[in-house]
Ligand binder design. Structure first.
Ligand code: ADP
Ligand code: MG
Length: 353
């Protein structure tokens, strides 16, 4: 076993993380699942280049809840980490490998990254975090990193015969016990992960199939994987691929049981910054829907917020739909959004459209 101190500029960043990193603690889940997506995207990129030995196989990200053990685990079958990488990326805080990867494989991978202290947001809710990881590299040795929310950590050999990473959060604080509740975790995944580009599974769910034919037909209950997300939502496609029906269906996906929209515009802007999305013009008259079906802001298919006043000019806020821009920072607080130059530029561009 190896011991060390997490190296950061300040004496102890943990109190800072717990109090000030994000206004809402729940975003830790967004951060960790986004990291799992990044790890999977990186693996796919390397596989396309023939740099991964053997089969890529199933890449579904799993969220595992164990109420008795008080753990929430985020499991990916992505790129994994060697001991050296754990040291570099987890122990030297504020060093992001996302940057490095993008520089190396420019234009080949859509990495979410850049959220800030993404990984360490785990300590907003966890009293202990374990990372069990095995790199995709041939003969990689699996390792386990453990940290109790103090600057000390340990690294030791681990058992794991499959590629990828488990982030195991031990949630002990009674204040945080909602993060061990099935329904609450499901609702957070629905909020932040609904359109992430890699399949995300949260346990199993019941489904019904027809057995037999005609009069003999009976319904049979079966269990199927509970998949949270639609990995390729309408706005990520080309308008030419989509029918009116597709646009209406997507509206329904965003706002179930709503009155169909009147018409829509599919945004695809790449200058002066990247922005995609679909904005719908609702049927006026239903004021409840106008208020409820707010425009949602995404960054690389990760949900950020539906408070978009700073981005969408006031008179357009009666529109519905989604805007996705990788250039909008995700560690957003309101005041930050107002001062961000990309945000100001996006306002101007939307207005022109
Ligand atoms: P960022 O995502 O912006 O790079 P994070 O703090 O979220 O910053 O993560 C730090 C780094 O830790 C990542 O860049 C990545 O190298 C590594 N990492 C975190 N989670 C995983 C994971 N599930 N699989 C592989 N590497 C990971
Ligand atoms: Mg991250």
């Amino acid at each position: 076993m190896q011991k060390g101190n997490i190296s950061v500029q300040t004496e102890n960043i943990f109190p800072i993380i717990k109090q000030f990193l994000y206004s809402e603690r729940e975003v830790f889940l967004r951060e960790l699942v986004s990291n799992a997506v990044d790890a999977t995207t990186k693996l796919n990129t390397l596989a396309k280049r023939g740099e991964v030995e053997g089969e890529v196989g199933d890449i579904t990200i799993e969220i595992l809840l164990d109420e008795a053990a008080k753990t929430l685990t985020i499991r990916d079958k992505g790129i994994g980490m060697t001991e050296e990488e754990v040291n570099k990326y987890l122990n030297q805080v504020a060093f992001s490998s996302a940057q490095e990867f993008i520089e190396k494989y420019q234009g080949e991978a859509n990495i979410i990254g850049h959220f800030g202290l993404g990984f360490y947001s785990a300590f907003m809710v966890a009293s202990k975090v374990e990372v069990v990881t095995k790199s995709y590299q041939p003969n990689a040795v699996p390792v386990k990193w453990t940290c109790l929310g103090t600057p000390e950590y340990t690294i030791e050999a681990a058992e794991r015969d499959f590629r990828g990473t488990d982030i195991i959060l031990h949630i002990e604080n009674p204040e945080d016990k909602e993060f061990l509740e099935n329904d609450h975790v499901e609702s957070l995944l629905q909020k932040y992960c609904k359109f992430l580009p890699v399949p995300i599974q949260f346990g199993m769910r019941k489904d019904y199939i027809e057995e037999g034919e005609g009069e003999e037909a009976t319904e049979k209950e079966i269990e199927i994987p509970n998949l949270i997300n639609n990995p390729s939502p309408a706005w990520t496609k080309q308008p030419a691929e989509l029918t009116d029906e597709d646009y209406k269906n997507f509206y329904n996906e965003l706002y179930p049981y709503s009155t169909p929209p009147l018409f829509w515009i599919h945004l695809n802007i790449d200058y002066p910054f990247n922005l995609t999305g679909i904005l719908y013009f609702p049927k006026v008259g239903n004021s409840i829907e106008v208020q409820k079906n707010k425009i949602q802001l995404y960054s690389n298919q990760v949900y950020v917020t539906d408070e978009v006043k700073e981005i969408v000019p006031e008179f357009l806020t009666l529109l519905h739909g989604i805007i996705d821009s990788p250039d909008i920072p995700l560690n957003v607080s309101r005041s930050y959004l107002q001062s961000d130059s990309n945000v100001r530029k996006s306002q101007a561009t939307l207005l022109k459209k």
